[in-house]
Ligand binder design. Structure first.
Ligand code: OAD
Length: 251
């Protein structure tokens, strides 16, 4: 039996603009812990000790150790079917856009060339003093512990949006635009507890998009969705792909 009723299927097939909005759940099948679920990072660590500017000022070594540990997990992880299908969909059509809250780099590794990483990227660092930005691996800075700027020798920090910090304004503006003009917003693996991404999805829906949620749990946004698919993204997305592109193979 098909997941999508005919009207939604046709809307997706003909939509001039579709936005995928992803969260930690899409990477859980790759072995990366989520934040709020069972075994989630915020169940075992205090965000205020590790993911705020104040925490970094107080104990940069501890913050770096935590990010080094998480980066290693991301490095070893491989993109799963969920990431791969979104990348394939984007390659097929320039009307498919991707906004992610994830910093793990698995979407680009799956082949998504254009995406908005709203919360930054765990492989990127920026200087706390000058404007330099580095890639930890490509710039040979992926040793454990404190890292220092190659230009001015000041302390480097993860290029990640911490609690209490502003989002990158350009990325935010672009995200609002994409959501406002979309006809379909597909929400995957996010608990919708963070206000900016949640507002982005709500904006799309207020502007006439249908919402589709893929998540084994219900979220704050479930009531405003047209469809909630209760399952793992690596299982539900391949089914949706087959319905939208019945003549295409998955390879
Ligand atoms: P959460 O950990 O809050 O939520 C993960 C969601 O994924 C939950 O609703 C799960 O039910 C769902 N989930 C788990 N496995 C899944 C699967 N295989 N397929 C589909 N869904 C699945 O993660 P986010 O909502 O992404 O911010 O968290 C948002 C932000 O809060 C993160 O970006 C992070 C955190 O503080 C920063 O690091 C800046």
């Amino acid at each position: 039996m098909n997941l999508l009723p005919q009207d939604s299927l046709e809307l997706i097939q003909n939509a001039p603009s579709i936005v995928f909005l992803t969260g930690a759940g899409i990477s859980s099948e790759s072995g990366i812990p989520t934040f709020r679920g069972e075994g989630g990072l915020w169940k075992n660590f205090r965000a205020e000790d590790l993911a705020t500017p104040e925490a970094f000022q107080k104990n940069p070594k501890l913050v770096w150790e935590w990010y080094d540990w998480r980066r290693e997990i991301c490095q070893k992880a491989k993109p799963n079917l969920g990431h791969l299908i979104i990348a394939k969909w984007q390659k097929k059509s320039s009307s498919v856009h991707l906004i992610t809250q994830n910093v793990d780099g698995l979407h680009p590794r799956a082949g998504s060339e254009t995406l908005i990483e709203l919360h930054g990227n765990i492989f990127r660092v920026r200087c706390t003093n000058c404007t330099s930005i580095f890639h930890l691996e490509k710039d040979g800075l992926d040793h454990p512990g404190l890292k220092f700027c190659k230009e001015c020798d000041s302390l480097l920090r993860p290029d990640i949006v911490w609690f209490g910090e502003e989002y990158n304004q350009n990325l935010l503006t672009k995200s609002w635009e994409l959501c406002k003009q979309s006809q379909v917003v597909i929400l995957i693996g996010t608990s919708a507890n963070v206000s900016v991404p949640t507002n982005l999805a709500q904006t799309a829906i207020r502007n006439g998009a249908i919402g589709i949620e893929i998540n084994p749990e219900e979220t704050n946004l479930t009531p405003s969705m047209k469809h909630h698919f209760d399952g793992k993204s690596g299982e539900v997305l391949p089914q949706i792909w087959k319905e939208v592109f019945p003549d295409e193979t998955m390879e």
